[in-house]
Design a protein around this ligand. Structure first.
Ligand SMILES: Cc1ncc(COP(=O)(O)O)c(C=O)c1O
Length: 469
């Protein structure tokens, strides 16, 4: 089946429909096959699209007809805002990084890797096996399938140094993606109205989760080696906060990785305040020049709440992550998860477990490294060539993003709009700041489709920037 010829037929028929009145009868499928030189399957696909768009209807035995379009009268929902009153916090439905890219655009904004970077063969066979498994017909325990809990615990356990007690499978709570886990953790450990420290800049979704829960976010500036331990110490002291959210490994957006020394100092500060570090290890599988070293592996006293996601490395459609926590914190998080969603789909858990326990998974991860390296380097070189004004402070040793600072006078909204008009989608950096942005930044993701388009993408950004002067 050819998608292009199906959309060609859709376009032509839409034109035909607009010139015909309601009730007009479409040519038969056989006539359409002849007229467009397409296969019957392609014609059927085009007709199904038009039915879904509400433009035509099929009457069995009679044919296919143009539907009468009902005039939409303007509806007034203003009573709803009166009933709901002002929102407690303003969270937008979609971050800039989540907007869909028009077909053919060079998409540098999205956070999710292109399908050519996913283990497609492993996923398809895992889903087929999962559909035949017990998990397809039964309810998972609230904390997750025991075998998957064991796998997550083992993954952190292998990084645990001698002398530190590794986590138990029962410390693991499986999540339907880490995004909802962040809201749970903030709700369970910070609670509404209380202060939460966050690295800045940081993942926009964590900022959204904090807003959703109604906690007060306090930014802690972070550089290529992580936050300054003294600044973190002061922030704990001044705010009375007992929770710090951070991404020590390949931070989204900057790509920073905490040094060994910084990690030891930050952990010492967290311990000294009897506080929690929420470690978001979203990019564990995306090392390029270094290996990830989870901070949680160094802690057996329950100070680090560890979040590990598989949705970017397996598939955005197999939305599985886990939180590893010990002691009463684990119990509170589990209670929140139970109240929130009761349990995670067993089919997705079984499929995720199947993928990560196949020998092909390790091969896939090994092959991913050079691919990410080539993409990162091509985007960097393209930026240097076409956008010399862009300053990338950290060449990320892993992760999926470049974080570039543009000249101070840059009007980011205008730049993003101009690039988009020229077919290049970029993410404006302000969503990654919990408070005011500290400069005009853009985030460029090098894991999207069509890396061959990176030089063109950079050229368009460079031209848009020049037209500002
Ligand atoms: C730092 C970080 N944490 C968490 C998430 C959410 O991941 P998931 O797909 O597991 O919900 C993302 C997704 O972009 C992310 O970048």
């Amino acid at each position: 089946m050819d998608n292009d010829s199906s959309s060609r037929i859709v376009t032509a028929l839409r034109e035909w429909i607009s010139g015909s009145g309601p009730g007009a009868r479409l040519p038969t499928s056989r006539m359409l096959v002849t007229e467009y030189g397409a296969s019957p399957v392609t014609v059927q696909k085009a007709l199904r699209t038009l039915v879904a768009q509400g433009l035509i209807e099929t009457r069995p035995g009679a044919g296919t007809f143009v539907r009468a379009v009902r005039m939409a009268r303007p509806l007034d929902y203003s009573w709803q805002t009166a009933a709901m009153r002002s929102p407690q916090s303003r969270i937008s439905a979609l971050g800039g990084a989540m907007r869909p890219a028009p077909q053919g655009a060079i998409a540098l904004h999205s956070g999710y890797p292109d399908r050519e970077l996913l283990p497609e063969r492993l996923i398809r066979s895992a889903l087929a096996r999962a559909s035949r498994s017990e998990a397809a017909l039964t309810r998972s325990p609230v904390a997750g399938l025991p075998e998957l809990q064991s796998w997550f615990a083992h993954e952190l356990g292998v990084a645990t140094p001698v002398g530190v007690t590794p986590p138990l499978p029962s410390d693991v709570i499986v999540l339907p993606g880490s995004q909802s886990g962040l809201a749970t953790i903030f709700r369970a450990l910070v609670t509404a109205g209380q202060p939460l420290l966050m690295e800045s800049p940081t993942y926009w979704g964590a900022i959204q989760a904090a807003a959703q829960v109604g906690v007060e976010v306090i930014p802690v500036p972070s550089g290529p080696e992580g936050p300054d331990p003294d600044a973190l110490d002061r922030a704990f002291q001044e705010t009375g906060s007992r929770v710090f959210y951070a991404q020590p490994t390949y931070t989204n957006p900057t790509g920073a990785q905490w040094s060994d020394t910084a990690t030891a100092q930050i952990l010492a500060v967290v311990r000294a305040y009897g506080a929690f570090l929420v470690e978001d290890d979203w990019a564990h599988d995306f090392g390029i020049d270094t290996q990830p070293h989870p901070v949680a592996a160094r802690d057996d006293a329950g100070h680090v709440i560890y979040v590990r996601s598989l949705t970017k490395s397996i598939s955005p459609s197999i939305r599985i992550a886990a939180v590893i926590a010990r002691g009463p914190a684990r119990d509170r998080i589990l209670a929140d998860r139970g109240a929130e969603s009761m349990y995670v789909s067993g089919v997705l858990q079984a499929a995720a477990l199947d993928v990560v326990t196949q020998p092909g998974w390790q091969t896939h991860l090994r092959n991913l490294r050079p691919q990410l390296r080539a993409r990162r380097d091509l985007l960097l070189t393209s930026l240097h060539e076409y956008v010399p004004e862009a300053h990338v402070a950290t060449v990320p040793a892993g992760g999926l993003n470049l974080w570039a600072r543009l000249p101070d006078a840059t009007d980011l909204d205008r730049l993003v709009a101009e690039c988009e008009a020229a077919g290049v989608i970029i993410a404006e950096g302000s969503s990654w700041f919990p408070a005011e942005p500290t400069g005009p930044f853009i985030r460029l993701n090098y894991s999207g489709p069509n890396p061959g388009g990176f030089p063109d993408g950079a050229r368009v950004i460079g031209q848009a920037l020049t037209s500002h002067r």
